[in-house]
Design a protein around this ligand. Structure first.
Ligand code: UT7
Length: 324
């Protein structure tokens, strides 16, 4: 018997406050035109004062429970991908557990920055295939607005806040690549690139959470090559080809990275889910947000082959193939 981790629910939450590019023109030497043409971003959502990552995550979790027709009692584990937790500890996952009224099972966080959701999906898949859990709520949730340096035009115009989630359920399957569920994963990291994207503070160094620092251009050059390579590897493992991919669901950092990667993969942009214009870069939340928006809009349908790929601080990067 083969088990597969199958998506049985999806959902997302975006904070109410929407900030257009033009809002940065007053305080920074930047323009709406520059931000749009260099990144594809038009607007982003920012969490309200007093609204924390666990609040966004819990909203996305509730939406996902409603979508699946399940209750918190049906969930065995919560895995949250985040780099912007409410507190140094406990985990956002345990806070979500409390907020959705889940009194059994377990929860923990995974931190792989913008690649976090791909790592969390793979971790959840391991829990399900090893029998540790029957259903896992996998969430990507971030409040990157809290780690922005508002004087740095090279970063603060790019990021946004939000949360997205999936419920994965262990189901018996044939073992063929026609099965629904997670079909393959490819994970990578290389700490030699740590200075390309990091936060300049932390518990055991400064004692403060710090601000995001990025060598955008250098990272851009790494991104397309590494994303295309990891996505190709993940796809190859399944025995499927680029023409079998119904939807590439990429991390939403920059439209030019998304387009460059799709081109290398041989997948036309009509088969790529793009939300970067509306959400900006929401780090670990961007893929579950894109999956949820894509499914809610009717684009992603049951049985579709989705190829997710992401890269972020570490550097850490990876891809997961998933039949919806
Ligand atoms: O999610 C994790 C992964 N993150 C990424 O993958 C991000 C990767 N990088 C990028 O998306 C792009 O590199 C950026 C959008 C960050 C920047 O685009 P770019 O085309 O690589 O621009 P650049 O960094 O080479 O900067 C070009 C110019 C510079 O001015 P000079 O030195 O040529 O005079 C920057 O100072 O644009 C300037 N610049 C800006 N100008 C207006 C940088 N930020 C801004 C801005 N408004 N907001």
């Amino acid at each position: 018997m083969t088990l597969r981790s199958v998506v049985v629910g999806y959902g997302h939450y975006l904070p109410e406050k929407i900030v257009p590019n033009s809002a940065f023109e007053e305080s920074l030497d930047t323009t709406d035109e520059w931000i749009r043409s260099r990144s594809g971003i038009e607007r982003r959502h920012f969490a309200a004062e007093g609204q924390y990552t666990s609040d966004l995550a819990a909203e996305a979790a509730q939406a996902t429970l409603v979508n699946s027709g399940l209750t918190a009692d049906d969930i065995d584990a919560i895995v949250v991908a985040t780099s912007t937790p409410d507190l140094t500890f406990p985990s956002v996952a345990t806070m979500v557990q409390e907020k959705i009224g889940m009194t059994k099972g377990f929860g923990f966080d995974v931190q792989a920055v913008c690649a976090g959701f791909v790592f969390a999906l793979t971790t959840a898949n391991g829990l399900l295939l090893s029998g540790q859990a029957k259903r896992v709520l996998v969430i990507g949730a971030e409040t990157f607005s809290r780690i922005m340096d508002w004087t740095d035009r090279g970063t603060c115009v790019l990021f946004g806040d939000g949360a997205g989630a999936l419920i994965l359920e262990a189901q018996e399957a044939s073992g063929e690549n026609t099965d629904r569920g997670i079909l393959s994963a490819d994970l990578n990291s290389d700490g030699r690139y740590k200075d390309m994207l990091f936060v300049d503070g932390g518990v055991s160094t400064t004692g403060h959470c710090g601000k995001l620092r990025m060598q955008g251009n250098a990272l851009f050059r790494q991104a397309v090559e590494k994303l295309a390579s990891t996505a190709s590897k993940a796809l190859e493992t399944t025995g499927l080809k680029h023409e079998d991919v119904d939807w590439v669901v990429p991390h939403q950092a920059n439209i030019r990275i998304i387009q460059g990667t799709a081109k290398k993969l041989g997948v036309p942009m009509e088969r790529v889910i793009v939300t970067v214009q509306d959400h900006g870069n929401t780090s670990a939340a961007s893929i579950p947000l894109a999956l949820s928006v894509g499914a809610a809009s009717g684009k992603i349908k049951q049985g579709d082959l989705c190829l997710t790929e992401a890269i972020g601080g570490g550097l850490a990067w990876g891809a997961v193939t998933l039949r919806w």
